[in-house]
Design a binder for this molecule. Sequence first.
Ligand code: 26Q
Length: 828
Amino acid sequence: ASEKPVKAKEFDKELFKRSVEYNVRTLYRKNLEEADAQQIFQAVSYAIKDRIVENWMETQKAYEKEDPKMVYYMSMEFLMGRALGNNLINLKAYKPVAEALEELGLDLNLIEDQEPDAALGNGGLGRLAACFLDSLATLGYPAYGCGIRYRYGMFKQEIRDGYQVEVPDNWLMNGNPFELRRPEYAKIVKFGGYVSVHTDENGRNVFTQEGYQSVKAVPFDFPIVGYGNGIVNTLRIWDAEPVECFQLDSFDKGDYQKAVEQENLARNIVEVLYPNDNHYAGKELRLKQQYFFISASVQEAVEKYMRKHDDIHKFYEKVTFQLNDTHPTVAIAELMRVLMDDYYLTWEEAWEITTKTCAYTNHTIMAEALEKWPIELFSRLLPRIYQIVEEINRRFILDIQQKYSNVPGVDVQEKIRKMAIIYDGQVKMANMAIVSGYSVNGVARLHTEILEKQELKDFYEMFPERFNNKTNGITQRRFLLHANPLLADWVTAHVGDDWITDLPQISRLKVYADDKKAQQEFMNIKYQNKVRLAKYILEHNGIEVDPRSIFDVQVKRLHEYKRQLLNILHVMHLYNELKEHPELDFYPRTFIFGAKAAAGYRNAKLTIKLINSVADVVNNDPAINGKIKVVFIENYNVSNAEIIFAAADVSEQISTASKEASGTGNMKFMLNGALTLGTMDGANVEIVEEVGEENAFIFGLSAQEVINYENHGGYDPMEIFNNDQDVRKVLMQLINGTFAPGDPELFRPLYNSLLNTQCTAKADTYFILKDFKSYAEAQKRVEAAYRDEDNWAKSAILNVSCSGKFTSDRTIQQYVDEIWHLDKVVLK
Ligand code: 26Q
């Protein structure tokens, strides 16, 4: 094997073919003709892993030698998707491998389809973490991802009778060819028990946890391959195993009980990813998961540092922790604990290190997503950690009092009520993250402004220098180069391939926006991608769709604030119009949805049923002549997302303004030449700023308007219901059985959520009816624009060429320059 990094030119196809044949032999005692598709996937993956391992060792050796500062990206979620195709892309080996396999009579695409998605995440936050790892490796920054090796990832969604059914995602069933178990780095994590204090010979208070249960954390490493630079970073995810301490002689009844409990804890803790997105569930097991992977990761980071350095006081010069939302925030107290209890630092010394090490990213302002743990639960599970949180809180309250006691017009009690870490019987994780770190960042400009001016105003006043914005991004390697090879090749043919590692270069396409030939080529590529998606839909849904129709796509987690309900109500409205005016000149449209609902989210699940019910009626009504088709793509995930983005004409980004912190799907659509139909929310604002409002369709209330209504108790949807006949009609259809002939009451809860005629809750909290008219008008503009094909092509090409800002390479460079201050490592 070569010691040099793998380069495209050096790719030895014959050697690769021999190693695939050899792997099939040694793994399965078969030759290539006998092996099935899954076995070939495994054999190919092991052949690629061999190449990666060389670079992995070189990279880690270089890190060892140069001793650079490292970022630990701490996240409960890494939504990685499939590894094989991505690894080949980043090794610059995709085309040669596809050719080599073809020479063996094999199709790389089909082999890729054998790999299950690593779906260790829910949606945006988890996928962002995956894009960040890709960019960190590609830019050559030393980084670890730290997370959990869930046995079951995000559930698979099946649609039965129009309803979502959750099927367990046994992604490790066939083994994982890319992972590496590292038992030599196992750690012990302690839960429960109590804290005893005694004074040691130096008169120091020593705190020890006793009567606890422990779990062994065993890391599995995944290689993160940088694009064409030989760098391979590590995603380290922790598995749980029971500690081996079965002492048969001390087997009285109590011990036996304890031993079994401890084993169960190990079995349960990493069993499954919580499938909630943007919604907090205060479950004990969730807190155990959080502390489990954080304690293991913090112990490892400190031990790794101490292997090379002797002074723990300078820890923060070599290590920084980025906390992906509040989910990993116990890292703050865990680091304090290790520094004080294991390294005997004083509170002040430990605090200085911790606050210079930890940084926090906020991904939401919605109250229902904020993590608050009941003191009873928190202190019972993590007694020593809770003591530390209490002390952080006590000192912080003193700071507040000191700062505000003599300031006229400031109500100190009110400040404490809003800012304390422990208040009202709860531990507030966001408050701890802000108080105990050196950086707080939002994920899009608008979102950061809302944090500073409204949601976190008091904190911003106290620590303005900590706040900063890092607008999200996505990796063009997966979402263009891999997902859309036709468009990727076309871009490269026009502007060269620098865009792969320098996306702003794609702006050189602008000169082709007005070029008739380029427009036709672009539309032709889009058409072929629509044919590919149509084939997928026919195979998976049995629905035939016309690739010449407008593909209007909304794919994202199902959530009321994302307003899939607005989209489908508008489809119902269009259907009504077509029924009433069959002569209407209507451009054929395919409405495509993909969305998983959290398992316990009733309105979200009912919205899926509504979409499927509308699909049933509309798709089968000969009276509308196939002009509208509605498709719900089952099991939306990272892999089919790649096919979907490539085929989209219209990108639906229609969240209630102020609610979507950033969105990242919006960027994936833009990169693939879809036009945004959206509200001025999250990163949509910046997308429109880049591409120009004339190349997007913007509608709806502004964030400030929404916030104003909210501050004045909402608005009255009845007024719209009474005055807008289009709205009235679709709402009545929710309760008169038009789309649920057997059960007219089926969609009543959705109707009530919008109008709420009797109950206590507020109505239409997401301003769906308020924005309906504006949305319908924007949709009319979409249709008119699409009829002018040249102009549409121009806008689409401009979207692609203006997407440069939205690469995660840019986002990561900003984290590096403005938060982490890392140095690049270059391999010879
Ligand atoms: C919390 C407690 C208990 C169980 C689950 C959770 C939980 C899990 C996942 C809370 C939130 C999430 C995920 C949030 C998320 O994906 N937010 C999205 O982050 C993206 C990346 O920054 C943004 O683009 C989206 O706007 C934001 O919604």
